[in-house]
Design a binder for this molecule. Structure first.
Ligand SMILES: *[C@@H]1O[C@H](CO)[C@@H](O)[C@H](O)[C@H]1NC(C)=O
Length: 129
């Protein structure tokens, strides 16, 4: 009985020690805004930003009031480099038919600044819809 209690206490101590360990934080360079645009009008808007880590976001919205559409039509895109190095790019349209995203996951790459223009690899066949 005593052995079991000691074992349980030891296991608890190990679990607590693991939780209390400080997180390992990699020193990353500070991310800076390299582009920022904001245009707001009565019936439309546009904004854009880009940061030094390869992240960007852009969106335009326009208020429509015609037979096709009554309400906002929003078009935009965002890009970022995922933690595994993959370049993610999403373009979307949001209108009376809802949010319609198109994702393009790019190849793994080095840091965006180190990326050099290279010859395009043969395009993979488009997935069946
Ligand atoms: C949209 O257009 C209709 C028809 O011209 C008009 O009656 C209505 O007031 C408009 N709505 C807005 C919010 O502008």
């Amino acid at each position: 009985m005593m052995k079991i209690t000691l074992f349980a206490l030891a296991a608890l101590a190990v679990a607590c020690a693991q939780e209390a360990a400080p997180p390992v934080v990699a020193a990353a360079p500070a991310v800076q805004i390299v582009k920022q645009v904001d245009d707001v009008d009565v019936d439309k808007y546009n904004f854009e930003f880009e940061t030094s880590d390869g992240t960007s976001r852009q969106e335009t919205g326009e208020y429509k009031n015609d037979t096709e559409q009554q309400g906002l039509v929003v078009r935009g895109s965002y890009k970022y480099v995922a933690p595994d190095g993959q370049h993610i790019a999403v373009t979307y349209l949001a209108d009376k038919n809802g949010y319609q995203p198109t994702e393009e996951a790019g190849d793994k790459a080095q840091a965006p600044a180190a990326q050099a223009p290279a010859a395009e690899a043969p395009a993979a066949p488009a997935p069946e819809a």
